[in-house]
Ligand binder design. Structure first.
Ligand code: PDD
Length: 283
C-alpha cells in the first residue's frame, strides 16, 4: 500500500515524491532528523522532539523550514491520512538544494520531508524476550548531541552486531566506557538497584525518552546515577536496558558473552517500560 508522504508543504503519494539530486542532505548528510512515536493515533513527546530539532538546526545554522504549529499540524495530518494507530513519524530537515560546494549556500531553502511507518509498539514480542548486544568502538564524529542524518557508522555497527548473532551494538569511547547504543541510550541497573546511564554531553544524543524515563524513575523513588560505565560493570549488573522513541525502555539480556541477571527482562526495566507506556497513553 502506498503511503502519503510530506515534502515541502505537499502531501503526496510516496511514489511521486521527489528530492533534488543537489540536496545537501543527499550530498553531505547536511541535515537533521527526529523520530516521534505514535500510540493510539496520538504523537508522543512532540514538545521534546520539536525542541531538540531546533537545537540541532541551530547548531548547524540551518533555518527552520516552517513554524512549529505548521510542523505539528503536518505531522498530525500525516498520521491521520496514513491511518497510523501505532508506529512513528520520521521527519528530516536538510539545508536544501545548492550547487555542490562544501561551504554553506548564502540563502538556504531547507527541505522538510516526513513519512510514517506502522509498527507494533505496545505488544512488542522483542520487549518480552529482551535483546542481545555486542560492544564496538564508537567511531562516530564527536558531535553526537546533534541528531544528524550521518548514520553510516551506526548502520555498520548494527550490521556487525547482526553478523555476530546480536541485535544491536553498544559503543565504547577511547577510555572503554559505553557512550550509547547505535540508535538508543544505554543503561544498567546495579546490584543495589541504582540506575546508571551516561551523563549528557557532546558524546551522546540527549534522548527525549531518556529524559522522561529518568523522571519516572525518580518519581518511583529509584536512585539514578548519571555517569559513564564500562562493559565490565554491565556484565555484573542486575539489569540492562536501552531507551529510544521507537523502543521505549527495552531490556538487554546479554552483552557480548555475558548474560545479564538471569537472562530475562529485569523487574526495574519492565516497571519503567510499563510506566512509560501508561503515561503515554494517559496524555
Ligand atoms: N534514535 N541515541 C541515538 C544515537 C539515537 O539515534 C537515538 C534515537 C537515541 C534515543 O533518543 P530518543 O529517546 O529521543 O528517541 C539515542 C531514533 C529512534 C532513530 O534513529 O531511529
Amino acid at each position: 500500500m502506498s503511503r502519503t508522504v510530506y515534502v515541502n508543504g505537499a502531501f503526496i503519494a510516496e511514489e511521486d515524491a521527489q528530492i533534488s539530486v543537489f540536496d545537501r542532505g543527499f550530498l553531505f548528510a547536511d541535515g537533521v532528523y527526529e523520530v516521534c512515536s505514535v500510540l493510539k493515533g496520538k504523537l508522543l513527546e512532540t514538545e521534546g522532539h520539536v525542541a531538540r530539532l531546533h537545537r540541532s538546526l541551530n547548531e548547524l545554522d540551518i533555518p527552520a523550514p516552517c513554524s512549529d504549529e505548521e510542523l505539528l499540524a503536518a505531522m498530525e495530518k500525516l498520521v491521520a491520512d496514513n491511518d497510523i494507530d501505532e508506529g512513528l513519524v520520521y521527519l528530516q530537515v536538510t539545508r536544501g538544494a545548492a550547487d555542490r560546494d562544501f561551504a554553506y549556500p548564502k540563502d538556504p531553502k531547507p527541505t522538510l520531508v516526513m513519512f510514517t511507518q506502522a509498527k507494533k509498539l505496545l505488544n512488542d514480542p522483542v520487549a518480552d524476550k529482551g535483546i542481545t548486544v555486542i560492544t564496538l568502538p564508537d567511531l562516530r564524529w564527536a558531535r553526537r548531541d546533534i541528531k544528524t542524518v550521518g548514520l553510516l557508522y551506526p548502520c555498520m555497527a548494527k550490521m556487525e552486531a547482526k553478523s555476530k548473532g546480536a541485535q544491536d551494538a553498544w559503543l565504547l569511547d577511547d577510555d572503554g566506557f559505553v557512550t550509547e547504543g547505535t540508535s538508543n541510550n544505554a543503561y544498567i541497573v546495579t546490584q543495589d538497584n541504582k540506575i546508571v546511564t551516561r551523563h549528557l554531553s557532546n558524546s551522546i544524543l540527549h534522548g527525549i525518552t531518556r529524559r522522561s524515563v529518568l523522571a519516572l524513575a525518580e518519581e518511583e523513588g529509584m536512585v539514578v546515577e548519571q555517569r559513564p560505565f564500562t562493559p565490565e560493570e554491565a556484565y555484573n549488573a542486575k539489569e540492562a536496558f536501552f531507551t529510544s522513541a521507537s523502543a521505549f525502555a527495552m531490556p538487554v539480556i546479554k552483552i557480548n558473552d555475558a548474560v545479564i541477571g538471569d537472562g530475562t527482562p529485569g523487574e526495574i526495566t519492565q516497571k519503567l517500560r510499563a510506566k512509560y507506556i501508561e503515561l503515554s497513553l494517559s496524555i
